[in-house]
Design a protein around this ligand. Structure first.
Ligand SMILES: [Zn+2]
Length: 134
């Protein structure tokens, strides 16, 4: 029969072991994430990114590569993938915001833009309306 004091000591030891194990697991996961670049990923070229003023680094910059990013379309709820190549294009070619990610599928993006630019002569629509932010 163990005394209460002994029981408590055992319990604390077990807890300490569990904490250490969790810490080790997290560190291992971080190590894996920061070292292994998946084959289909594309390396981030920091110099080509648009400027960003922040102490934080976007996740993909800290990681060092783009990888296909599954997302759900905000408008139609369809499962889509923002590919590594598309991300590279957005961040490095277009210099898009490094904090922006894809939220809409291609179909919805096109639908939002409208089928074609509005005709120049639309008398009922004041010009100011078109520049108003929604
Ligand atoms: Zn959609």
């Amino acid at each position: 029969m163990l005394s209460n004091k002994q029981k408590r000591a055992q319990l604390q030891q077990k807890r300490a072991q569990r904490r250490d194990k969790q810490k080790a697991d997290v560190q291992a996961a971080l190590r894996v994430e920061s070292m292994q670049r998946p084959k289909q990923s594309i390396a981030v070229q920091r110099g080509r990114l648009g400027r960003y003023c922040s102490y934080d680094e976007p996740r993909f910059v800290a990681r060092g590569w783009y990888e296909d990013l599954p997302f759900v379309c905000r408008d139609c709820g369809k499962q889509e993938v923002w590919t590594a190549r598309q991300q590279q294009w957005w961040y490095e070619e277009v210099k898009g915001s490094v904090w922006a990610t894809a939220v809409r599928c291609r179909a919805c993006r096109l639908a939002r833009k409208g089928p074609c630019p509005a005709p120049a002569s639309s008398p009922e629509k004041p010009v100011a309306d078109q520049t108003t932010q929604r």
